[in-house]
Write a protein that binds this ligand. Structure first.
Ligand SMILES: NC(=O)c1ccc[n+]([C@@H]2O[C@H](COP(=O)([O-])OP(=O)(O)OC[C@H]3O[C@@H](n4cnc5c(N)ncnc54)[C@H](OP(=O)(O)O)[C@@H]3O)[C@@H](O)[C@H]2O)c1
Length: 259
């Protein structure tokens, strides 16, 4: 995929991986539009990258997606790449008392959100000469980290949806990429304890996004930088072993609990 002179919409582009995508893709000569919920973060992003366009929008809200579609396609009809990047990750304990609706909150943002974005923007993307959808999943799509059970389920779901989408779009001009990042140094990891992160190496966000851009440029449709590649490999070669390695934080938590 040629990564210059495109118009690219990045959901959740106000920090971490999304903001770094905005920076590197803007430097390559693309027009960049980023979204996020928090207006102050959108303003900070625009201050740090004055060329980008920012729009407040929530991927977990269907009405907000429709409003985003109307605004972007009327103001930037040349839009041809959608990067579904917005995501949240939480450590959740099924034994703890919590609200049922809140327990599934990651599903609305990480799985329903990207699927709705694809459904909303696909007719427009199909009209462009060359277009792409990039779904940002995770290395944890291939094997779960049981301390974040709902998050990992959303990423496995997004991985599956992306494979089906790629097959359904194979005869169109829309390329379908999946970026499965490894643990990457961003705000998202803020909820994870040191114990959760033991044995996991953390990739710098600049290097991770540079690897993603290299993968897209060479039409590598499933991009698995760093340890994400090892997770996929181990999930095939030794699934029980890799799950037991990633279960250590939860094993420690269960050992501390009275049942
Ligand atoms: N960092 C990692 O280790 C890692 C590893 C694998 C995969 N990933 C994936 O990479 C993606 C980006 O994560 P990150 O690490 O860059 O996290 P981050 O620094 O926390 O950034 C998340 C971005 O998403 C936005 N966002 C959150 N909920 C949203 C919503 N409902 N609607 C619109 N925007 C929303 C945030 O802005 P607002 O809060 O203002 O909305 C922010 O701009 C996520 O899908 C994540 O699951 C990250």
């Amino acid at each position: 995929m040629n990564l210059t002179k495109n118009t690219i919409l990045i959901t959740g582009g106000t920090s971490g991986i999304g903001l770094e995508f905005a920076k590197q893709l803007s430097e390559l000569g693309n027009k960049i539009i980023v979204t996020g919920r928090d207006q102050a973060k959108l303003e900070r992003a625009r201050k740090s990258l004055p060329k980008i366009i920012t729009i407040q929008s929530d991927v977990a809200d269907a009405k907000s997606i429709r409003a985003l579609y109307d605004k972007v396609t009327s103001e930037h009809p040349e839009l041809n790449i959608l990067i579904n990047n917005a995501g949240i990750m939480r450590t959740l304990n099924v034994h703890e008392q919590s609200d049922v609706e809140d327990f599934t909150r990651e599903i609305d943002t990480n799985l329903v959100g990207p699927i709705r974005m694809v459904k909303q923007f696909l007719p427009h993307l199909k009209k462009r000469q060359a277009a792409a959808i990039v779904n940002v999943s995770s290395g944890l799509a291939f094997v779960p980290l049981p301390s974040s059970p709902v998050y990992c389920a959303t990423k496995a779901g997004l991985h599956s949806f992306t494979m089906s989408l790629r097959v359904q779009l194979k005869k169109t001009n829309v390329k379908v990429f999946e970026l499965a990042p490894p643990a990457t140094k961003t705000e998202l990891l803020g909820d994870m304890s040191e114990e959760d992160m033991k044995g996991i190496s953390i990739m710098g966000v600049e290097a991770m996004v540079a690897a993603a851009i290299r993968g897209m440029t060479s039409d590598q449709f499933e991009i698995r930088p760093g340890q994400a590649n090892q997770l996929k490999f181990m999930s095939r070669l030794a699934p029980e072993f890799i799950l037991s390695q990633l279960s250590k934080p939860v094993d420690r938590m269960l050992a501390r609990m009275k049942h």
